[in-house]
Structure formats: structure tokens, C-alpha cells
Write a protein that binds this ligand. Structure first.
Ligand code: HEC
Length: 119
């Protein structure tokens, strides 16, 4: 279900720009620096997001904050859309293999601050 909800955006770049992007993607993102983002990282670990997101089952989130879109190209990557996604992924993409994790509004805000900072 929802398999058609995958978009691909092709960005044409010079080899130099592409190689600079690739090099950046291969580095870890900077650690969170604001109190809210640090709290978001704690929730990220506690809520077992890593089980899906760093096992190859779900998209790697290392640089999610630098992406133009979320949810396989279907949503512009804005803090509001990211928060909507975290609150209830099923409401955006029916049948998606990310469950509703029952996050509170505060947890969503902290997670959004953390994830949007991963550039
Ligand atoms: C049971 C597995 C599972 C768990 C647990 C899970 N996710 Fe996901 N998540 C997914 C899948 C699968 C997708 C891809 C959905 C799509 O694009 O159709 C996804 C997509 C996302 C995206 C969009 C990524 C992108 O590249 O567009 C974000 C952000 C995200 N998840 C954050 C989280 C956070 C934060 C947690 C923990 C609170 C979490 N996820 C827990 C499976 C999971």
C-alpha cells in the first residue's frame, strides 16, 4: 500500500558540486547544540527510532535536515511537515511501515529540532 507514493527528484550538478555533496554526506552530521535538539536526541534514542532507521529497514536519517523533501519525495522538508509526519505518519501515507509512536506534542517539537539540525 502506498507504494506509488514515492517520488524521485533528479538534480543535475557539475561533477565538482556533486563530489562536494557526496563528501559531505559521508561525514557525520554535527552533534545537536541547542537544549531542545539535545532533548530530541534523547527521545530519538529512547523511542527506538534507530532500530528501523539505522538498520537499513527505513531511510538513513544522518543528514535528514539537509534534504529538500521527506517521506520519499512526497512532502517538502519543513519543520511543520516533519512535525506532522512524526505525530502520525499513517495520516500522511496510509499503510506506511512507520507506526504512530504516540509522541506527545513536546516530544515532537524536540525531535523536530534535533532532526532539522542534522545537515
Ligand atoms: C518500525 C519502523 C520504524 C520506526 C520504529 C520509526 N520509523 Fe521513521 N520511518 C520508517 C519508514 C519505513 C519510513 C519511510 C516512509 C516512506 O518514505 O514512505 C520512515 C520515515 C521517517 C522519516 C522521513 C525520512 C525521509 O527520508 O523522508 C523521518 C524523519 C522518520 N521516519 C523519523 C522517525 C523517528 C524520529 C522515529 C522515532 C520516534 C521513527 N522514525 C521510528 C520506519 C520507522
Amino acid at each position: 500500500m502506498g507504494h506509488a507514493d514515492m517520488r524521485i527528484r533528479v538534480i543535475a550538478q557539475s561533477p565538482e558540486d556533486f563530489n562536494a555533496w557526496l563528501k559531505h554526506q559521508q561525514q557525520p552530521a554535527l552533534p545537536p547544540s541547542t537544549p531542545q535538539a539535545i532533548q530530541g536526541l534523547k527521545i530519538f534514542t529512547k523511542k527506538n527510532c534507530v532500530i528501523c532507521h539505522y538498520s537499513g529497514y527505513a531511510p538513513d536519517l544522518t543528514h535528514v535536515g539537509s534534504r529538500e523533501t521527506l517521506a520519499a519525495g512526497t512532502l517538502p522538508n519543513t519543520p511543520a511537515n516533519l512535525a506532522r509526519w512524526l505525530k502520525n505518519p499513517q495520516a500522511i501515507k496510509k499503510g506506511v511501515h512507520m507506526p504512530n509512536l504516540g509522541l506527545t506534542d513536546d516530544q515532537v517539537k524536540d525531535l523536530t529540532a534535533y532532526l532539522e539540525g542534522l545537515k
